[in-house]
Design a binder for this molecule. Structure first.
Ligand SMILES: NC(=O)c1ccc[n+]([C@@H]2O[C@H](COP(=O)([O-])OP(=O)(O)OC[C@H]3O[C@@H](n4cnc5c(N)ncnc54)[C@H](O)[C@@H]3O)[C@@H](O)[C@H]2O)c1
Length: 384
């Protein structure tokens, strides 16, 4: 199979390229936006990463396959269209978006950037597939944050049936996103649903929870490291806690810490994506996938990181900071998950504690480098 990864230089993109290139022909596009935007907020990848050219060379030197790379911005339609014409991929995975909620909340310029970059890249993908490769399977990475934290069980379906004013109809599953970034993903979902209804675009739309981890089974050499963000703008919560533990900072739990989300490791994310790529939906179908392994509150996670650190001789304390976000700090949370278990995902049982120890060990080896960015960890971006 030929697979194209949009956003191949990113945390998930590079890790997935390593996994898929073992069995498929992989190409990818990136404009290095994340590398620049992380520097913009005074931070850097916590693990040293090579340039794209060096990464591809390292894969080959280590006996892997050739990965073809296109340096370009997919909000420029011709960049994406021409690469699709050249590659004719069977599957296109779209990661190439601004993916930080705090970044999108900095000010008008950053909110507008998230909207423009994310919505335009997705509409470009919709049209490029329709014009150049209408049978391709589009795998779009959305976020579980599109749902917010509703007081009902969230179905794994783009539509639900309800009765309004005594009349029954099917409506799009309500979304209660909590940042401009998350709303840009909701708008993407609506655009993909419309393209599916109009032209039968084949779509897997993934609602993924926050990912944590420094490695996958394919990252066997430091030259293959994928990026790892930990600062207040770009770091997801577990990744941030692990760096705080290594630097001797209190783990920064926002508010009461009852905010519950569905988490998964980098290895699980890559393996779930591999399963979805290898098992596409029927042609013309729209498949929604809720992608996570376990639910945790952010306070529970802090305790897990504290315990894992303790087993490695690191004494971590749990702190509490004023919540910079506008979100419920205690709430109901029940998200349906059927597609991935049906593909065998749950058989791959993994243990969060084991993953945390391996992360802490990798990060401890980078302590000097991480120390330089200590000032970028505590929250500065306020939702209001
Ligand atoms: N990491 C997570 O925990 C997580 C959780 C849920 C969903 N997601 C989603 O998964 C996707 C990948 O996330 P990630 O953590 O790998 O993010 P990332 O920022 O590390 O990777 C995204 C990549 O896309 C590139 N990119 C952005 N805009 C582009 C454009 N216009 N043209 C070309 N390349 C562009 C960036 O340079 C970057 O390399 C994102 O869409 C994100 O919203 C991530």
């Amino acid at each position: 199979m030929k697979v194209m990864i949009l956003g191949i230089d990113g945390y998930l993109g590079w890790a997935l390229a390593l996994r898929l290139s073992k069995r498929h022909e992989v190409s990818g596009i990136d404009n290095m936006f994340t590398r620049k935007a992380v520097k913009e907020v005074g931070s850097d990848s916590g693990l040293p990463i090579l340039s794209m050219g060096e990464r591809i060379k390292a894969v080959k030197e280590l006996g892997g396959a050739d990965i073809r790379f296109y340096d370009g911005d997919i909000t420029r339609y011709e960049v994406l269209h021409d690469a699709i014409i050249k590659e004719r991929p069977d599957t296109i995975i779209h990661f190439a978006e601004e993916r930080s909620a705090p970044y999108s909340m900095i000010d008008h310029k950053h909110a507008a950037y998230a909207m423009q970059n994310n919505i335009v890249s997705t509409i470009n993908l919709i049209y490029a597939v329709r014009e150049a490769n209408p049978n391709a399977h589009v795998v779009k990475m959305g976020t579980m944050g599109e749902y917010g934290t509703p007081n009902f069980d969230v179905p794994e379906s783009p539509y639900l049936t309800t009765t309004i004013g005594g009349k029954e109809d099917s409506i799009t599953t309500p979304k209660f996103a909590g940042s401009w970034y998350h709303w840009s993903k909701v708008h993407d979902t609506n655009n993909l649903l419309f393209a599916n209804r109009l032209w039968g675009l084949t779509v897997t739309n993934i609602m993924q929870g926050p990912v944590y981890g420094t490695r996958t089974a394919d990252i066997t050499d430091p030259r293959l490291f994928t990026r790892f963000d930990f600062d207040e703008t770009w770091g997801t919560v577990v990744n941030r806690y692990c760096v705080e533990a290594v630097l001797g900072m209190p783990l920064s739990v926002y508010g009461k810490g009852g905010q519950t989300r569905g988490f998964l490791s980098l290895e699980d994310s890559v393996e779930a994506l591999r399963l979805l790529v290898d098992n596409p939906p029927d042609s013309g179908a729209f498949r929604t996938v809720n992608q996570f392994r376990e639910l945790f509150s952010v306070l529970q996670l802090a305790t897990s990181v504290q315990n894992a650190a303790k087993s490695l001789g690191i004494d971590a304390t749990i702190g509490s900071v004023k919540n910079p976000r506008v979100e419920k700090e205690e709430h109901y949370y029940n998200i349906e998950r059927k597609v991935l278990p049906a593909l065998g995902f749950d058989k791959l049982k993994r243990n969060m504690d084991g993953e945390l120890k391996s992360m802490l060990t990798d990060l401890d080896a980078q302590k000097q480098h991480l120390e330089r960015y200590r000032g970028a960890i505590m929250p500065r971006t306020m939702w209001r």
